[in-house]
Ligand binder design. Structure first.
Ligand SMILES: [Zn+2]
Length: 333
C-alpha cells in the first residue's frame, strides 16, 4: 500500500474515532433521559389522580423528543466527520495522487469524497426525519434490543459492535415516511425492521447489524455506498456478494450485509457425532476445536444444496477470514 493511501486511511480512522466517541456520548445521554422520562411518566400516570395519565403521556413524549434531538446531534457529529474525511480524502489522495501520478489513488479518493459527503448528508437528513416523526408521533417508539437479540449480535460480532445504543423500530406502518419500502433498513444506530417475519428476524438483524457495524467503524459513508450500489448495480445485483471482488472489505455495503446474513442462515457447524448442523448462526461458533463450513450456490430455491447447473461453492475460508477481520476491529465507543 502506498504511503499516501496509508496516511489517508489513518486520518479517516482518527476522525471516525473522535466522531464515534462524541456521538456515542450524546446518544447515550438522550437514551438515559428517555428512560428516566418513561419511568417518571409511568409513576405520574399511576399516582396522580385525574390528570395523571395525560401528564404521564406528555412526560414520556418529552423524553422521546429529547432523545430524538440527541440522536440528531449525534448524526450531525458523525456527518461532519464524514465530510471532513471526504475533504482529507480529496486533499491527501486526490491532489497527492495527481502529483505522484497514482491514478488508482485519485479514483479511490474521489469516490471516497463523494461517498463520505453524500453519506454525511443522508445520515443527517435521516436523523432529522426521525426527529420530526417522533415529535408528531408518526413513527413507533424505538425499543432497545432484547437479550436474545444482543446475544445474536454478540455471537457474530463479539466486542467489535457496541450494542448499547442500537435501537429497533418495528412495523412498516410505524416507520413514517420510510414506509414507502417494505425492506428493513438501518439509519446509524436505529434499525427499521418493518414487518419482518419472525422466522426471518434473526438473520435480518444480523444483516442490519452489519450496517450498524459499518456506521460505527467507517462512518456515514456506508449509507451512500449501499444506496449507490443499489442504484448503479441494480437492486438484486447489489446483494450478490459472490459476484463481488474479494476480500470482503472490497464488497459493496449491501453485499457485505448479505454475506453475513447468508453465513448466519446457511453456515454449518460439525457436531460431536460428525454430522453437520446448519443455520441459526452456528457457523459463528466454529473455532480451532470445532470445524465450521460455509458452502453456497446461486441456486435461489436452495442455495445450501444447489443443483447440477448451480453447484455448491466453498466459501469457508472467506467466511472465517472475514469474521476474524470484523471481530478484530475494536469498538471506538
Ligand atoms: Zn442492507
Amino acid at each position: 500500500m502506498s504511503l499516501l493511501k496509508r496516511l489517508k486511511k489513518k486520518v479517516a480512522k482518527a476522525i471516525n474515532k473522535v466522531a464515534e466517541k462524541v456521538s456515542n456520548t450524546i446518544e447515550e445521554a438522550g437514551n438515559n433521559i428517555s428512560d428516566a422520562a418513561n419511568d417518571l411518566g409511568d409513576t405520574v400516570a399511576r399516582n396522580v389522580p385525574i390528570i395523571g395519565p395525560a401528564v404521564g403521556t406528555a412526560v414520556r413524549w418529552m423524553g422521546r423528543v429529547s432523545s430524538g434531538i440527541c440522536d440528531l446531534a449525534a448524526t450531525a457529529v458523525k456527518g461532519a466527520g464524514a465530510v471532513l474525511t471526504g475533504v482529507t480524502d480529496l486533499i491527501i489522495g486526490g491532489i497527492g495522487g495527481l502529483i505522484t501520478g497514482d491514478w488508482g489513488l485519485v479514483k479511490e479518493s474521489l469516490i471516497g469524497f463523494i461517498e463520505n459527503t453524500i453519506g454525511g448528508i443522508l445520515i443527517l437528513g435521516g436523523g432529522f426525519i426521525s426527529l420530526i416523526q417522533t415529535i408528531f408521533g408518526a413513527q413507533h417508539r424505538k425499543t432497545k434490543l432484547n437479550k436474545t437479540e444482543i446475544n445474536i449480535l454478540r455471537l457474530v460480532f463479539r466486542e467489535s459492535l457496541d450494542t448499547k445504543n442500537i435501537c429497533i423500530i418495528k412495523g412498516r406502518s410505524g416507520s413514517g415516511v420510510y414506509r414507502f419500502t417494505d425492506r428493513p433498513f438501518t439509519m446509524g444506530n436505529i434499525i427499521y425492521m418493518k414487518d419482518t417475519d419472525p422466522a426471518d428476524w434473526n438473520k435480518t438483524l444480523v444483516h442490519e447489524g452489519v450496517h450498524v457495524w459499518q456506521y460505527q467503524h467507517t462512518g456515514s459513508r456506508y449509507s451512500a455506498d449501499a444506496l449507490g450500489a443499489q442504484f448503479i448495480l441494480g437492486k438484486d445485483r447489489s446483494y450478490q456478494w459472490w459476484k463481488e471482488p474479494t476480500p470482503w472489505t472490497e464488497f459493496n455495503a449491501e453485499a457485505q450485509g448479505k454475506f453475513f446474513e447468508h453465513m448466519y442462515e446457511g453456515g454449518e457447524l460439525q457436531q460431536p457425532n460428525g454430522s453437520w448442523a446448519r443455520g441459526d448462526g452456528c457457523f459463528f461458533r466454529g473455532d480451532a476445536m470445532t470445524l465450521n463450513q460455509f458452502r453456497f450456490s446461486d441456486f435461489e430455491e436452495d442455495p445450501w444444496v444447489g443443483n447440477a447447473d448451480h453447484p455448491l461453492q466453498e466459501y469457508t475460508q472467506l467466511g472465517n477470514e472475514t469474521t476474524d477481520y470484523v471481530r478484530n476491529q475494536p469498538s471506538e465507543r
